[in-house]
Design a protein around this ligand. Structure first.
Ligand SMILES: [Mg+2]
Length: 350
């Protein structure tokens, strides 16, 4: 039986054996629960209700969300463990927004940190859920901010969407309707696919009032209900930074609206899904125990790294605050956390 992540968070389960549930649920969220639970006899088996992110034991059991959190508290990056981390890691995977920059503002020390890591012979890869840009367009942003990054080192969710279709032999004579930006159209074209929709549809008008005007392509709206139509989401991020100081609704908001409308769950190709990681591992043949994922979001970046068995480092320069990280209800714990990404280098120099 396979339970989707959404069902895991919302549902109610009766677990038959505490020591053998890993095959039921694959998310790190769940593995954290199972591994932290002490071994129990059959007579002690309990029913556990999972409602939202609240985990409760039965009345004679202490609240076990507290035990989960305490047993997996992340460690602050220090001069000692930063050196150990650098020695043990061959490849660093970076999220971008909130880690390297916020909007168009570079975060302090990023160019120097990337240069230092390269000089140590570390492989650097940049994994972003930003699907508004193609890899070429993302490389342009890196260069505009003074970061020396090659296009081949960038893995965007727009690229992942195109690769998903290609690796699953999606017929080239079929069309792809895009609710999104130019970056997805460009990656689809590079992969040999014809797309419709995209930014052009942004010019269409919807007015909800008496005698309203609703411009839409009737074929596109209908197709999502057809059994054979793939519904692919580049990511489900709830917010993003379009400027250095403002958070705006991101792709996840539109995905949620469509999910409700068509009563269908999408195939996610960006973080935290395993598709992008599998693609990277196939291409670079890197041992995941020698990789470190650095990100500012727990539910995408950190979960993405943990699902693959990578070391994980949360930076507090973006989406996640220290209080949100330390909240007893938070079940996604990185190995380490620190303020900004350049701490990896500066702490080693202390
Ligand atoms: Mg981010």
């Amino acid at each position: 039986m396979i339970i989707s992540r959404a069902a895991t968070l919302r549902g109610k389960f009766v677990l038959p054996k505490w020591k053998k549930p890993a095959r039921l649920l694959s998310s790190t969220f769940c593995r954290t629960i199972f591994m932290s639970r002490p071994a129990m006899s059959m007579a002690e088996e309990k029913e556990v209700k999972i409602t939202g992110l609240h985990l409760r034991g039965t009345e004679d059991e202490p609240l076990f969300e507290n035990r989960v959190a305490k047993s997996h508290l992340p460690r602050a990056l220090t001069s000692e463990n930063a050196i150990d981390l650098l020695r043990s890691i061959d490849a660093f995977l970076f999220d971008c927004d909130g880690v390297l920059w916020k909007g168009n503002n570079l975060i302090d020390g990023v160019p120097e940190a990337l240069e230092a890591l390269r000089s140590m012979g570390k492989k650097l890869l940049f994994v972003t859920n930003d699907s508004t840009k193609s890899r070429r367009q993302s490389a342009h942003k890196f260069h505009a901010l003074g970061l020396d990054v090659r296009q081949e080192e960038i893995f965007s969710s727009s690229f992942a969407a195109a690769m998903y279709l290609k690796l699953n032999n999606f017929p080239h004579d079929k069309k792809v309707y895009v609710i999104g930006e130019e970056g997805i159209l460009e990656e689809l074209e590079l992969a040999g696919y014809t797309s419709i929709g995209g930014p052009e549809d942004g010019k269409k008008t919807i007015q909800l009032r008496p005698n309203f005007l609703f411009e839409h392509d009737k074929n596109v709206c209908y197709s999502l209900y057809l059994p054979g139509c793939l519904f692919i989401a580049t990511n489900r991020d709830t917010v993003g930074h379009f400027t250095g100081v403002q958070e705006w609704p991101a792709a996840g908001c539109m995905v949620a609206a469509i999910c409700e409308s068509v009563q269908k769950e999408p195939i996610i190709v960006g973080k935290p899904s395993t598709f992008m990681m599998d693609f990277l591992l196939e291409r670079y043949q890197i041992d995941t125990s020698k990789m470190c994922m650095i990100g500012d979001r727990l539910d995408t970046d950190i979960l993405f790294g943990k699902n693959a068995g990578c070391k994980t480092l949360l930076v507090l320069s973006g989406h996640t605050t220290l209080s949100r990280l330390m909240d007893p209800l938070n079940s996604i714990q990185p190995d380490y956390y620190t303020d900004i990404v350049s701490d990896i280098i500066s702490l080693c120099a202390e």
